[in-house]
Design a protein around this ligand. Structure first.
Ligand SMILES: [Zn+2]
Length: 88
């Protein structure tokens, strides 16, 4: 059961699709990841907020010291934009 919301509240345990899509519109990057590989690497309790950070490694905008400027998100989770999915 996937409920759009804060990425920090959503873990791999909550998401059951075999493939997780990832994209960063600002960096023009996107791809898909196998859920089971992510579980293996990070554990089923890892939150999507943490995964997002991981996925954005190598993204210049994410590395900006002042703030998180990367547009990385998981389209498959719905409209959860921003670092923690909050719609400020
Ligand atoms: Zn990015």
């Amino acid at each position: 059961m996937v409920r759009p919301g804060r990425l920090s509240d959503l873990t791999l345990k909550d998401y059951r699709e075999p493939v997780i899509e990832f994209s960063c519109r600002r960096c023009d990057r996107h791809g898909s990841l196998e859920r089971k590989l992510l579980v293996k690497a990070f554990g089923a309790d890892v939150s999507f907020a943490v995964l997002r950070r991981r996925m954005a490694m190598g993204c210049e905008r994410m590395q900006a010291p002042e703030s998180d400027k990367c547009g990385a998100r998981f389209p498959c989770l719905g409209d959860t934009d921003g670092p923690d999915g909050s719609q400020a």
